[in-house]
Design a protein around this ligand. Structure first.
Ligand SMILES: [Zn+2]
Ligand SMILES: [Zn+2]
Length: 320
């Protein structure tokens, strides 16, 4: 019976170690994604902005650029989000990391434990790293517990090894406590579709601040990070939905200055010419991130319609 238990422990231990190291490796060595070239300023625009670094004319240039981009978030003062360092229009959920000195797509935080930025490209890996390291520590605590009790009841032989048992137990138990709180917090963030930065400061949309602006409901929020195929959910393989530059939102309160939508095929836009929709959030929105429609870069069919007036557009998700 003992050998059976030993083999089981050995298999479980190596299983946890393998997945822990694999996800840790992927979190560390996945290069964070930066905004694509569409968000960067052209040479002429850079010159224009440098000539007038502050004020309305800078905003005019940025507004003209953002018109063709899927940018829905704004600064607290309602201006287009612009990064001086990288000289680009910041995509939604993108932030400049002062450590990496780059704009990171869907930046969550810069993590000293992995010496890397946690963002769109490695957030799933980071979550799995937390989960597997927690399981690993709990496994150590569980298997070490009986020897730890023997240590205090003088049931262990008086060798150096007895102190190893005690140290191992304390280290694993302490990491378990801190990892479980961090993992629990990030599970809550995933359910709400928020990054750590957004949890501290809610994203600002054209109509105002909304902490649930990117939330699509529990199931869809989960799929945003882990993807559609459940068989890959527990493996550190990239399966997150979208391109990291544009995100579906339940509040498609379209900026009338915004030419294109991230959805590409805007179902409601056709009727928007005739109907005034109330500016209230929709729970469901269509996005190419969740469906396989054309990407926002190709969608300029609504350009003219967007200039027709103060029409609030809404898009409705096609159930797939
Ligand atoms: Zn930047
Ligand atoms: Zn960073």
């Amino acid at each position: 019976m003992l050998w059976y238990y030993c083999i089981l422990c050995l298999i479980a231990y190596h299983f946890f170690v393998l997945l822990f190291v694999w996800s840790y490796w992927k979190t560390i060595f996945t290069i964070p994604m930066n905004p694509t070239k569409e968000f960067h300023l052209s040479y002429a625009d850079k010159e224009l902005i440098e000539r007038e670094p502050r004020g309305e004319s800078q905003q005019d240039v940025l507004r003209r650029l953002a018109k063709d981009l899927p940018v829905y978030t704004r600064t607290m003062s309602g201006a287009i989000r612009y990064c001086d360092r990288c000289q680009l229009v910041k995509p939604d959920r993108c932030h400049h990391c002062s450590v990496c000195d780059k704009c990171i797509l869907k930046m969550d935080h810069h993590c000293p434990w992995v010496n890397n930025c946690v963002g769109f490209s490695n957030y799933k890996f980071f979550l799995l790293f937390l989960a597997y390291s927690l399981l690993y520590c709990l496994f150590i605590v569980a298997t070490d517990l009986q020897y730890f009790i023997k240590f205090w009841t003088n049931g262990l032989p008086d060798t150096q090894a007895k102190f190893h048992i005690m140290f191992l137990f304390f280290a694993a138990a302490m990491f378990s406590v801190s990892l479980s709180s961090l993992f629990g917090y990030h599970c809550w963030l995933v359910c709400k579709n928020r990054s750590t930065l957004e949890a501290f400061r809610s994203p600002v949309f054209r109509h105002g601040t909304d902490k649930n602006g990117f939330s699509l409901g529990f199931s869809k929020n989960l799929r945003q990070v882990f993807g559609d195929e459940k068989k890959y959910w527990l493996l550190p393989i990239f399966t997150s939905l979208g391109d990291g530059c544009s995100f579906p939102t339940c509040l498609v309160n379209q900026d009338p200055e915004q030419a294109s939508t991230p959805s590409g095929t805007n179902v409601a836009a056709k009727s928007a010419d005739n109907h005034q929709f109330p500016a209230k959030p929709l729970r469901e929105s269509q996005s190419h991130l969740l469906t396989d429609t054309q990407s926002w870069t190709e969608s300029s069919c609504n350009e003219e319609k967007g200039k027709l007036g103060m029409i609030t557009r809404m898009t409705i998700e096609k159930e797939t």
